[in-house]
Design a protein around this ligand. Structure first.
Ligand code: ZN
Length: 131
C-alpha cells in the first residue's frame, strides 16, 4: 500500500497525546485507510512510562501497521539507534514528535531513518478511531 499522506485529524490527535503525556513518551502504531494514515493505535501503558515507549513497541504482537509514531521529551526529533531498529520492523512510515508538539515539531522517516515527506491531508473522517 502506497501511503499518500496523513489525515490532519490524525496528526492533531498525535500532537495532542504527545503534549498531554510529556515529559513522558508515548508510542503507537499507524494504520491506514485507502493509503491515508487515519488511525493510531496507542500502546497500553506507554503514557506512564518514561523513555520506554520504543521498547514497548518491540513487544507488540504482529499487528498490521504502516509504521510507528512516538514522542520525544525534547525538541530533538532525530531517531536514535533503537528507533531505527524499530522502524525496520514496523512498516514504512515513522513519525517522531518533539516539544513543543505543534504542527512544526514532527518529522516522518522511512524504515532506514531518512526523512521523508508526509503530506497532511484535509479529508473528512467520521472519527479518529482510538483502538
Ligand atoms: Zn525516539
Amino acid at each position: 500500500m502506497r501511503i499518500i499522506g496523513i489525515a490532519r485529524e490524525a496528526l492533531e490527535f498525535i500532537l495532542g497525546v504527545s503534549r498531554s503525556t510529556a515529559p513522558n513518551e508515548f508510542a503507537g502504531l499507524l494504520q491506514e485507510t485507502d493509503g491515508v494514515i487515519t488511525d493510531i493505535m496507542i500502546l497500553p501503558g506507554t503514557e506512564s512510562s518514561n523513555r520506554n515507549a520504543v521498547i514497548k513497541l518491540f513487544m507488540m504482537p504482529n499487528i498490521k501497521s504502516v509504521g510507528s509514531v512516538h514522542s520525544h521529551p525534547t525538541s530533538n526529533v532525530t531517531p536514535s539507534k533503537a528507533d531505527i531498529r524499530l522502524f525496520g520492523k514496523t512498516g514504512s512510515h515513522h513519525i517522531i514528535v518533539g516539544a513543543p508538539y505543534d504542527k512544526n515539531s514532527w518529522k516522518c522517516y522511512n524504515s532506514d531513518g531518512n526523512v521523508q515527506n508526509l503530506p497532511v491531508l484535509d479529508i473528512e473522517l467520521d472519527d479518529v478511531e482510538i483502538l
